[in-house]
Design a protein around this ligand. Sequence first.
Ligand SMILES: Nc1ncnc2c1ncn2[C@@H]1O[C@H](COP(=O)(O)OP(=O)(O)OP(=O)(O)O)[C@@H](O)[C@H]1O
Length: 837
Amino acid sequence: MIQDGEIQVRDQLKEYQYRGDALEDLCFLDFFLETYEGSIRDEDNRPTTASRPRSCRVPYKPGAGKAKTCRVIRGKGHETLPQFMGQWFPRNDDPASREFYCASMLLLFHPWDSLSSLKSPSETFDSSFKRFYESVSPRLRRFMENIQFYHDSSDSAKKRADYTSLILGEGEETNDADDSNLGAVSEDGGRVLEAEDVTDEDIERCRLNSESPRERLFGECAMATAFDVGIFSESPHADIAYELPARRATLDEVKTVEEWTTTLKAAARTGNMPASFEEAVDESFSIPIPPPISCLIGPSVSPVLPAPIDYESLINRQRLEILNADQMRAYMIVERQLIVRLRNENPKQLLMLVLGQGGTGKSLLIDAISQTFAELGISNKLAKTASSGVAASLIGGDTLHSWAGIPVNPSDSRSHWTERGNKLSQGKRIRNIKGKLLWLHDELSMTTKDHLCLASQAIGKVLTREPGSDATLPFGGMDVVLFGDFHQFPPVKNRTGALYCNRPETDKARAIIGREIYMQFTKVVILKEQNRIRDPVWNRILTRLRSGDCEGANLGEVRNLVLSNEACTVPDFDSKEWADAILVTSRHSVRSQWNIAALKKHCRTTGNRLYVSQACDTIGKTGSPTTKAQKLIIVGMNEKKTGKLSERVQLAIGMKAMVLVNIATEAEVVNGTRGVVSDIVLDPREHVLNIDDDGTVNLRYPPAYILFKPDTPITMEFPALPKGLIPIAPSEATFRIASPDGKSHQIRRRQLALTPAYAFTDYKSQGQTIERVIVDLAKPPYGELTPFHAYVALSRSRGRETIRLLRSFEEKLFTAHPSEDLRLEDMRLCSLDRHTN
Ligand SMILES: Nc1ncnc2c1ncn2[C@@H]1O[C@H](COP(=O)(O)OP(=O)(O)OP(=O)(O)O)[C@@H](O)[C@H]1O
């Protein structure tokens, strides 16, 4: 410090030792927390003010060498954060440093004048500390516990870092031959993770800690609000008469389900969906293409032309009456184009955008176009995709990546990306694209410039082999209609990748080409009539939210829907309408905790049992069970690294569920399909059931199969099963883990690819109409919440009667425009819309 113009070395030990008598009872830590050094002279002469009483000052004792300064006692609310320089304090559980630890604690927390007063000459620091500790205040005791907590936390973090460092990066060779090596000694002689180091408690702790504490807390706070407002309640289990546990499958049944699964997988691969199981097992099965139309597509070399077909008369005009003016405008552009194509009249390629707010009927229009293809008998000539699995399942399509066989990060370093990849994916791409007349793609807002370029390359590549294609045109000349709403989610983790972002200086070649292709979509129809939202006030709020123009009155209306606000009309969450309400949240932590609570509520009210399906993990080709050390590594892994199959899946009969993989076909039961679990049949090995006091059945193996009833009825039927039900057996995935000895191990996991569907993340909610929705827009612990999140979540239901917000929100979600690029693009698109007919 500088005193009287000179640099003085501060001696905090001396300052403490020479503290005035009034501060005698302060320990070393409190001395610095509760007092600071001030000047005697200046402060004493200063007049007091009514709002700020003069601080209490205590002079140092003589000998401190501080005649001009004193200690000033800090006022209320004036807090200090001490910073301890150098190494952290010793730990309390290491005998080797015990005396040092006790001396340090006494020095810090026991008031002293000289070091010799901390203990008598005959005793140890340990015994003096023990005496002191018995009478110390709870506050100081907590400080000591926190000092030790630092050591406990760093031990756990180190242990976890050791374990997680074992998780293997991609692309390494597997070594299934030697899977018992986890306890080996590494080449440099260091000891590696021993299986017996790990206990069941370690595994459970790791499972609980797989989420960050802040994320978990965020979820717990959401749940606390949900319990407070009566969405959930903790009722005792004792009075509930649960159903008898599910039956076990017979071996014959297991065999049958295996056959079904194999057949469904094969059907999904070919894209040819049989109408019945019998048809599927018939090897000669294939979708019949109606001869009159298919023979007209492609070059017509036959000298004898069949009589022209009146295509218009084959289309049911009555069903189109539902379409409003803009929907009809867009529909007719597509129909006219299709008929000209079918007549082989070489029309100009159609590249059209159909845009519109959530609920303006884009999906309905896609459905109307699909039905026209069906009525003309050419459903196999229509391709439908979306950016996400859920949106794809809503329109009966596939994800763009899966349909066009686009790898995650395609590179053209050695050869063009379309020429690489295994035969299976190349073959699938050809089957999907070949012969298509029209490609409809939904959820445009999440499609990047890169995606559009890649899709154009994939389609162009396949069509080069087709007569009538034009390699100089994007998509090889195929007609394309893109659907969406740019005010919904932009591309994940790549906002500037959105089609409306023009970044020629920074974009790479592929994005620049994608943007060029996008600019060729000059036919634009904007759907304006709102069909989902029936509440004009809510519609106005959402329209303003899209451009960040909400005002005080709008915000007031939204606040009135926050369940914890007094002005909010809290619905009866046990009523028929609200019992099925779905939560939309930005965070997985809230989603997963909500799903568990909702499933328990379902079980309590219906008497259906809760089952916990534990994934069956085995090691590579040997099939031996995983060791505890391996289990510890695996429970800490993100689901993205375990083939998207969860370690545990909660299940109950009657549960609302969502399928997480493409199970039955590319068009019927796919990733994102929602429905209800109508039966659970256990694995035949499940002899002795492990049932908790609350009736929960902890399964040792995933069930042999469940019966699933999709919300959208399926056409396929299975022998001996009621119509509309589909059996779902556990899916399989393989992934790798590594041990520190450099050996890697392939883990094979069997688990049901299913999740309870009482809560969705906002990304998964995009495109869905949800009759009753509870939206969570609270500021998350990490990352940001944008107006896109708010708009997507709040536009899922019909109005103020059917929407509630769980917690309060930040106003800027409603008052900031989501993107300047989008504001400019909106103007350009409006102008194109006016000129499209
Ligand atoms: N012309 C119409 N007449 C009556 N109802 C309609 C019409 N168009 C759409 N709907 C209904 O409005 C609701 C929303 O339609 P749809 O899901 O097609 O909207 P969307 O534009 O695809 O929404 P999102 O952007 O959220 O996916 C649906 O229940 C649909 O049946």
